[in-house]
Design a protein around this ligand. Sequence first.
Ligand SMILES: C[S@@+](CC[C@H](N)C(=O)[O-])C[C@H]1O[C@@H](n2cnc3c(N)ncnc32)[C@H](O)[C@@H]1O
Length: 248
Amino acid sequence: MSEKEIECWWDQASEYYQKEINDRFPKTVHYGPFGSDERHLKLLGDVNGKKVLELGCGGGQCAIALAKEGAICTGLDISKKQLDFARNLAEKNRVKVSFLKGSFSDLTSIKKCYYDIVLSVFSLQYAENLDSVLTQVNRILRRGGLFVFSIDHPFYIMISPDTLKVESSYYKNGKNIELERWPDGSRHKSITYIRKVSDILNSILRSGLTLEAVLEPLDLNDKIWGTGYRRKLIRKIGPTIIFKCSKK
Ligand SMILES: C[S@@+](CC[C@H](N)C(=O)[O-])C[C@H]1O[C@@H](n2cnc3c(N)ncnc32)[C@H](O)[C@@H]1O
């Protein structure tokens, strides 16, 4: 049921979200709010000719940037509205990306050892069972392949942007439901899954993937998500954490 609610949330939020971010998106993979990008971090290497899957591809900006660099790209997302936007954007950019509707909770239709690279930017906070997603990513990656994902930094989300104080417990894990008020005054139930850093690292270990690096970048010049974030807080802790894994 939660997955259906997340899908509906994104179908409703897509138009507003894309209005906010699309024009400011750089022509490269961006790793999340104030989280820098591929031009600076160089986590994926040369993607030319590589088979790449983006999980939770949203409006397709990252997949399109990779396709422009020669990657054979597939974008998977649960939201039809996000995928409609992505298909349109790929057409405008005259690049071929295969956009598929589906959930990262079930990757069983993908062949074993098929992809060279799997990427996920700010989407796996919607995964109820992270162990299962990472184990499935391990199955579909070829040996030597890479899996890079970014999510909300678990420390960042504990701090209130209003008081700059730690307002929630680091140990409050699992399903997190928030009632959001949107600019048009409507209220929407947002669902994410909160994890400690150790939960994420242990999920990686259990999946059989090898952890290559953990990054906590802070790019104060980020113009994409700039409007919704308070600088006072960002200066103390950045909102993005990135995990780079490989399949040995
Ligand atoms: C914050 S957006 C990030 C989109 C894109 N990666 C970006 O950087 O703009 C999160 C995306 O995850 C997608 N998503 C949420 N749950 C999903 C699931 N179970 N399977 C696939 N995509 C999902 C949403 O539809 C949404 O497009």
